[in-house]
Structure formats: C-alpha cells, structure tokens
Design a protein around this ligand. Structure first.
Ligand code: SF4
Length: 237
C-alpha cells in the first residue's frame, strides 16, 4: 500500500473515532498491566467484570501478592485460562516488588521480560499507560493488516514492528485503537462488512462483502413483484 493510501486510511479511521480509548477499565498503570495480562483470549467485558471486584479489594502488587494464587483465583475464575493467569499475575507482582520498587517499568523491552507479559502486552501498556508510539497487534489488527494489505505477514510481532515503521507519525499513538475498533465492529472475522466500510476503496481484499438482502421478515406484507409460479401460469393458446 502506498504512503498516500496509508495516510488516507488512517485519516478516515480517525474521523470515524476521533477520541478512541481502551475498553479495559483501569485507574493506574499497574491496573492496566494486570487487566491486559488477564485479557489474553478473553473479552474486555469479562475482564472488566473480574477486575471491578478484584481492584475493590486489591489493586497494588503488594495487596495482590498478599492474596496469593488461591486467593486471586475466585476473582478471575470467569476468565479463560485463569489458573495460568493467576500464577502469572502473582509472579508478576513479586517481580515488580523485587526488581522495580513496585512500579510498572515504562520501557517496552523491560516490560516484556515480566511474567505473563509478551510483546503485545508490553506494547499496549507502553502505548496506553505511557503514551509511547507503539502498536500492539491482536487478532483484529492481524486480520486487518493482512486483508487490507497495510502490513501483510504471518507473525504478530513482525506486523507490530512493521506497522510502527509505516504508520504516519501523527496516527501512531491511536492506530492500535482505531484498528481494533474497525476489526471489532466492521472488518469482522467471519464476514467483513465491506458494504459499510469507510476504507473499502483502499483495501485490497476481494471479493468485498455486498450489502445483505433484506431479511424475508422485512418483505412480509409487501406485494411480490415478478412472475407467478410456473404451475399457475396459463398455457399459451
Ligand atoms: S473493505 Fe472489507 S475487508 Fe477491507 S477493511 Fe473494509 S471491511 Fe475489511
């Protein structure tokens, strides 16, 4: 995709959502970090439901570590992979206390070394909590990068680095949010809704999904225009 098209693509996504925000609910970088760790293969809604209850009783490395793995599990058991996530969050709290004075490091390379934190989580936290020009690639962004031709590839971390390189600087900070929102609500996994997509003329994906026919229920009560069934037609003389 040419630089001019890339600029136009982000300008249109930006116009559609002028003030995008993370859908995860958090108050501090630590709350965001834990929420992102919990959000792997889970919806933001399910994470918010769990963290609302958890953060009311424990929202610092000290207090979550004091809960211990078994004490943490009841708060997050509605989230997928909660056994592994409980283990990671406790290890994460311990590491933050032992090596970072209980603070969340701002540097992405340091963040990614923490338990349960990979390149994607580190990129989200660096961007959302600390305003850095990083672009985390989740399943939605991976799909859009490939379908549109923006940054095709097989590996999420490679696509992340490529997007950071080619996205016009003025759009880098919010690119992650715009692409996620577009993937969640328009460029959906099973059937992209191309007929109402603001970037369809810039996207290389074919064939574009056409506007669906009105549902049969919508036609009920309306006169049917067309030929009558063959068995009811009069024979020609
Ligand atoms: S045109 Fe279709 S495939 Fe391309 S970005 Fe839009 S919804 Fe996705």
């Amino acid at each position: 995709m040419s630089p001019a098209k890339r600029h136009e693509l982000f300008a249109r996504l930006a116009a559609a959502h002028p003030n995008p925000r993370s859908e995860l609910v958090y108050q501090t970088p630590f709350e965001l970090l834990v929420a992102v760790v919990l959000s792997a293969q889970a919806t933001d809604v399910s994470v918010n439901q769990a963290t609302t209850k958890l953060y009311a009783v424990a929202n610092t490395p000290q207090t979550i570590l004091a809960l211990g793995e078994e004490g943490l599990k009841p708060y997050i058991k509605t989230i997928g992979l909660y056994n592994t996530k409980a283990k990671n969050v406790i290890a994460l709290c311990r590491r933050l206390l032992d090596e970072h004075g209980g603070n969340v490091p701002q540097d992405r390379e340091t963040l990614r070394e923490l338990p349960g934190v990979g390149w994607k989580t580190a990129s989200v936290v660096a961007n959302v909590a600390f305003g850095q020009p990083t672009i985390a690639v989740d399943t939605h962004i991976f799909r859009i990068a490939n379908r549109t031709g923006l940054a095709p590839g097989n590996n999420a971390d490679t696509i992340s680095k490529q997007l950071e390189k080619i996205t016009p600087p003025e759009f880098v900070h919010n690119a992650h949010h715009w692409l996620i929102l577009h993937g969640r609500y328009v460029c959906k996994a099973r059937t992209p809704e191309c007929w109402r997509c603001v970037i369809r003329d810039l996207c290389r994906y074919t064939p574009k999904t056409p506007r669906p026919e009105p549902a049969a229920a919508d036609l009920r009560g309306k006169p049917i225009i067309g030929k009558s069934p063959a068995h009811k037609r009069k024979p020609r003389p």
